[in-house]
Design a protein around this ligand. Structure first.
Ligand SMILES: Cc1cc2nc3c(=O)[nH]c(=O)nc-3n(C[C@H](O)[C@H](O)[C@H](O)COP(=O)(O)OP(=O)(O)OC[C@H]3O[C@@H](n4cnc5c(N)ncnc54)[C@H](O)[C@@H]3O)c2cc1C
Length: 607
């Protein structure tokens, strides 16, 4: 397997790999990682769908990628997926998956047309004092010291960031900035999370720095991601003959490991053990029987409360984590699951899905987002953060209806908090102890609903389902090299690890793209597919992007060149009429010079 970029490889059709007709594949988990791996094995590896089996302990596909109407409780989305144009592997997948909304279109076509016609951006990113504009005004508010922190982390090596927390490498100026407010609420980073992952995010999304404050960097699906992404992919896989075995929990995988004194040795998976509908079972594996196992899961043991019941923090046995623990005990190259799954107080948070029933609530939403929530188009355009909320509460309204079966007079709202242990401002309880109704009260309070209406509206004007997710940010825990196993560990002949806890170069986690990338890499490696896997978008190596990001991080302020005046003037004269002078002027880092005027850079694709 190798990485590539550009059209040549993107449009190439790989030939059928040798021996593929003799192989079969067993995938653990029916999340996006497994489903995409299956799709790539079929499309690019030309494996017959009938030779692929997906084992899933739940009763439906999609894993974390959800959207469901729970009988009696109401609509539930554990999250909403912020997506971008440079999810290279994901769009490579969905270009081939037929849309179930539009005839003769792919899921990518559908998404592309939707976001062309109705681009995402927010008209109010943050509020304060119960629904008033927090006037972050698109500014990052980074002091010189905070900017230096960013540059230092950007230029640091991976090794320097290993095992460190964000608040160990960023100082108080940075942590008090709008930048950190936008960043932590948008990506769900906490101060104790991994400095290394923060660094990877900075590199990965450097082309979107300008679009962070108003979310013009983001794109969204038409409906919740179960209906817009999982269902079309599931149907396509079924059409190809793939077998899904639900209610099947994989309990262990056996390996034959032959060490070698001068190398990684040979590792072969020899049996999968499972319990299907309470009955133990399994399958023996030869060298041509491939296993692609999703290890760990961010939504494992998530628990739904309801309007009158808090969600429960489930700290009990967690099959996804227990499977990885059993596997990891068999070889040092299989990772260290407890680095991620062993500290629930630091990895949990809670979200809630509010369905509005009373027509007064959409009016309060409209006041903040400045758009009609019933228009069918972008509403909040990303999350709105109540920046003075003690829960650090954020909420969002995606395009409505968010579910196909949603009544036309209801709005589905997603609410989440970063501090679930802290008492609220109106409801004097931590979010994790609150019923759906109490969470609705706290949200309405920060929406600016008059206090004398809050209790009544929360009681009968909405229906809310809270969801506690013990492991939702587990992959953000500080880590070292080797804590996550490689997608295909050295010496592996017939197995791969996929999903958010398998290691792949440069990409960052808590994204749909990461899961698809690991699925693609696993399929390409194990079947020896001759086409390149698209590399992570290379914006971090593009000087234009870096200059533009630098200017944005300075809120448009030009750079103060150091040194005495005569030296600065000499430097400026030297830059005049040069390639570097042009670039610095174009991107607003230095003033226009004698012969160098700022140009609109319409000749290239810097966003
Ligand atoms: C609240 C929230 C917000 C998010 N926001 C974004 C976002 O803004 N942008 C974005 O791109 N992504 C986002 N994501 C992330 C994205 O949804 C996930 O990273 C992705 O869906 C994970 O897919 P996966 O297949 O790797 O793992 P999972 O979805 O975790 O799938 C694993 C599957 O394996 C099954 N399984 C596990 N162990 C076993 C076993 N032993 N036997 C049988 N089955 C097993 C599980 O039941 C599950 O179905 C968000 C996720 C959440 C929860």
């Amino acid at each position: 397997m190798y990485y590539s970029n550009g059209n040549y490889e993107a449009f190439a059709r790989p030939r059928k790999p040798a021996g593929v007709d003799d192989k079969s594949a067993w995938l653990v988990g029916a999340g996006l990682a497994s489903m995409s791996a299956a799709a790539f094995m079929i499309r690019d590896g030309r494996m017959a769908g009938e030779r692929i089996t997906i084992l899933e302990r739940l009763r439906l596909p999609g894993g974390a990628l959800d959207g469901i109407k729970e009988p009696k409780k109401g609509f539930v989305i554990r999250g909403g997926r912020e997506m971008e144009d440079h999810f290279e592997c994901l769009w490579d997948l969905f270009r081939s998956v037929p849309s179930i909304e539009i005839e003769d279109a792919s899921v990518l076509d559908e998404f592309y047309w939707l976001n062309k016609d109705d681009p995402n951006y927010s008209l109010q990113r943050a509020t304060v004092d119960r629904g008033q504009d927090a006037h972050t005004d698109g500014l990052f508010g980074l002091t010189e010291k905070a900017q230096k922190d960013i540059v230092k982390i950007f230029l640091a090596t991976r090794e320097e960031m290993e095992g460190k927390r964000i608040d160990e490498v960023f100082g108080p100026d940075f942590l008090a900035s709008n930048f950190w407010l936008y960043w932590r609420t948008m990506f769900a980073f906490e101060e104790w999370h991994s400095a290394l992952e923060m660094k990877l995010y900075l590199h990965r999304f450097v082309h979107h720095i300008g679009g962070l404050p108003d979310f013009s960097a983001l794109k969204f699906t038409k409906y919740n991601q179960y209906e817009s992404l999982v269902l079309p992919l599931y149907r396509w896989l079924l059409d190809q003959g793939v077998t899904f075995r639900f209610s099947t929990e994989v309990t262990d995988i056996d390996f034959e490991i032959t060490p070698a004194p001068d190398g990684p040795g040979r590792k072969q998976a020899t049996r999968i053990h499972w319990v299907a509908d309470g009955e133990p079972g399994g399958v023996d594996l030869g060298e041509d029987d491939l296993v692609l196992a999703t290890i760990g899961s961010l939504t494992e043991n998530s628990d739904n409360g309801d309007h009158h019941t808090p969600a429960r923090l489930d700290t009990g046995p967690a099959p996804a984590w227990d499977l990885w623990r059993r596997i990891a005990a068999k070889d040092p190259s299989f990772g260290h699951p407890d680095v991620f799954g062993g500290d629930i107080p630091r990895t949990k948070w809670e979200s809630a899905t509010v369905t509005t029933l009373d027509p007064r609530i959409p009016g309060y939403i409209q006041k903040i987002c400045k758009r009609d929530p019933f228009s069918g188009k972008v509403v909040t355009g990303g999350i709105v953060t109540a920046k003075d909320s003690s829960w650090l509460l954020s909420w969002t309204v995606n395009r409505q209806p968010h579910f196909k079966q949603q009544p036309a007079d209801q709005i589905v709202v997603w609410v989440y908090s970063l501090f679930v242990d802290t008492p609220g401002d109106y409801v004097k309880k931590p979010m994790q102890e609150c019923t759906g109704e109490e969470i609705t009260r706290e949200w309405l309070y920060h929406l600016g609903v008059p206090v004398d209406q809050i209790d009544e509206l929360a009681s009968s004007g909405a229906k809310t389902v809270p969801v506690m997710m013990p492991y939702v940010t587990s992959f953000f825990m500080p880590r070292h090299a080797g804590d996550r196993p490689d997608v295909v560990p050295a010496g592996a002949v017939n197995f791969a690890f996929i999903g958010q806890f398998a290691e792949t170069s440069r990409d960052c986690i808590f994204t749909t793209e990461y899961s698809v990338r690991t699925g693609m890499e696993a399929a390409y490696r194990l079947l020896d597919i001759e086409r390149g896997v698209p590399e992570v978008f290379g914006s971090t190596y593009d000087v234009r992007t870096l200059l533009k990001a630098t200017s944005r991080l300075r809120d448009g302020e030009e750079v103060d060149l150091p040194g005495p005046k005569f030296l600065r003037e000499r430097l400026m004269r030297r830059l005049d009429g040069t390639q570097i002078g042009e670039l610095l002027t174009d991107f607003g880092l230095i003033p226009e010079l004698g012969g160098t005027a700022r140009r609109e850079r319409a000749d290239d694709a810097v966003e």
